[in-house]
Design a protein around this ligand. Structure first.
Ligand code: AMP
Length: 250
């Protein structure tokens, strides 16, 4: 069984970004693999360790630096990688339907049984690509996975939904998007980082598989309003008076 894992390169979640009207300033900013995608890679590696899958292929769509995210996935345990190259900004011009179309082409080309993805990219927060891919392929999908079991070609997935957990099952092939509590990704060991450098990495220019449609235009980007500082009040009576007269809560 072959698994395709989609990994996106994003601004590191620990960075305080600089917001410009035309988008996040990416100049000199630390980039990393999208955390939900790292969880997807870890899950694929665990399924391989349980001998439930035979091969893990990591794929990214984006500029040449995206190869770093692929090497990270290879160091975690992916067997091969595919880099679909474009110089377009992946947090703006490479949109979910474009990504889903390209992934669908690769699935058709290489016959994967399962696609594992992050539930969401932390840069654009779309949470759409997995759902669109399943639609394009006409495959079943399970989003927000917090547990995945595969037995005899059937995937059983526990999904995090509002106020609880939902368990679904479907016959593979299918698409699963991974949530935070699915697993805790391992650290890549130095020997595995070295080994990753010699694992196969195929490069395909984006225009060989599809094109970017720019169907959504970003018209403005703004930083959140600066929060006013808090104040310490002398006693409960003053607090109640402020809640009534200033905050007008009652
Ligand atoms: P989104 O729909 O943008 O929130 O992204 C959901 C998931 O789709 C991500 O966690 C990735 O698994 C995948 N994805 C989105 N964009 C890309 C990309 N440029 N390259 C590879 N995978 C991507």
């Amino acid at each position: 069984m072959k698994v395709l894992v989609a990994v996106k390169r994003v601004v590191d979640s620990g960075i305080k970004v600089r917001v410009k009207p035309d988008g996040i300033d990416l100049q000199g900013v630390k980039m990393t693999i999208n955390p939900f995608c790292e969880i997807a890679v870890e899950e694929a590696v665990r399924l391989k360790e349980k001998k439930l899958i035979a091969e893990i292929v990591a794929v990214t769509i984006g500029p040449k630096q995206g190869a770093e995210s692929l090497r990270h996935a290879l160091a975690l345990g992916a067997d091969k990688a595919i880099h679909v190259t474009t110089e377009a900004r992946i947090d703006q011009a490479v949109q979910p339907l474009d990504v889903a179309n390209i992934l669908a082409k690769l699935v058709e080309r290489d016959n994967y049984n399962l696609v594992l993805m992050g539930k969401q990219s932390i840069d654009d927060d779309f949470n759409q690509t997995g759902q669109m891919l399943a639609g394009l392929l006409d495959w079943p999908q399970a989003t927000f996975a917090s547990n995945i079991q595969i037995t005899d070609g059937i995937a059983q997935v526990v999904r995090e939904i509002d106020g609880g957990l939902q368990t679904v099952k479907f016959k593979l092939p299918g698409v699963i998007t991974c949530d935070l509590r699915l697993n805790q990704p391992r650290f890549a060991s130095v020997p595995n980082i070295m080994k990753a450098k010699s694992k196969p990495l195929e490069t395909i220019p984006l225009d060989k598989l599809g094109k970017l449609h720019n169907s959504i235009q970003i018209t403005k980007t703004e930083a959140p309003a600066i929060r006013k500082g808090g104040a310490i009040v002398e006693n409960v009576d003053v607090l109640i008076q402020k809640l009534r007269n200033e905050a007008k809560l009652f």
